[in-house]
Design a binder for this molecule. Structure first.
Ligand SMILES: C[S@@+](CC[C@H](N)C(=O)[O-])C[C@H]1O[C@@H](n2cnc3c(N)ncnc32)[C@H](O)[C@@H]1O
Length: 206
């Protein structure tokens, strides 16, 4: 971790705001939750970018950010690695992955949304199994709905696919905590600009 912090220091040392930056070591879930609950948000605003490799972001962290009603969130949601690829084609989920999907989404509701009963018949009669019923985009839509339930400002109703064109492992999602008309108007304009700047062919923001 020291190597990463040193690299950040070096990268930004000539930035005019370098002296006002704090680098915090530790588990981001713990630190973000602590900062969200201990700061006075009535007079402050901010933006959080969550850029995980996989299922590292706990839903509780998202709730803490939303509860400030002052922070905007950009979340690079790992729909591929952390949801879609954890559910087999036959609708089975390893118990470890099951709990990590629940921690990521903050509900067990994904089980009924992503796994549907299917009847299969053979010589011996009919058996009922579960069938995988989720796509990369529907996993991201599920998270958009979850964000909409906690962010009082709103959630961008479009998602920006990032990653390989045919297989966007991540979707960039945006939610804002401040429900005032002014903040909502600004957030809508910002999200439109981000969508317009996204290069759908190469899966990146340009
Ligand atoms: C996709 S990378 C972020 C890349 C970075 N945004 C950049 O542009 O260079 C995810 C990073 O999060 C770190 N990470 C994963 N879980 C974490 C946690 N719970 N707390 C803090 N950092 C974590 C990983 O070690 C990794 O460096």
């Amino acid at each position: 971790m020291k190597k990463c912090i040193d690299a950040l220091h070096t990268k930004f040392r000539h930035n005019p705001l370098a002296d006002s930056v704090s680098y915090i070591k530790g588990d981001a879930n713990d630190h973000i939750q602590k900062i969200c609950s201990s700061e006075q948000w009535r007079t402050q605003r901010g933006v959080v970018l969550l850029d995980p490799f996989g299922s590292q972001v706990n839903w509780r962290t998202i709730e803490a950010i939303a509860a400030t009603k002052a922070l905007d969130l950009w979340y690079l949601f790992p729909a591929g690695l952390s949801v879609f690829r954890q559910i087999s084609g036959a609708g089975t989920v390893d118990p470890t992955h099951e709990s990590s999907i629940t921690r990521l989404l903050g509900t067990e509701g994904w089980k009924t949304a992503f796994l549907k009963p299917s009847k299969q018949g053979d010589l011996f009669g009919e058996t009922e199994n579960l069938e995988k019923f989720v796509t990369l985009a529907s996993a991201a839509l599920f998270m958009i709905e979850r964000l909409g339930g906690v962010f009082e400002g709103g959630v961008m109703d479009e998602m920006i696919p990032l990653g390989k064109h045919a297989y966007p492992s991540y979707y960039l999602l945006f939610a804002w905590g401040n429900a005032s008309p002014k903040a909502t108007d600004l957030a809508r304009r910002l999200s439109k600009a981000a969508v317009a700047a996204s290069d759908r062919k190469y899966g990146r923001i340009v």
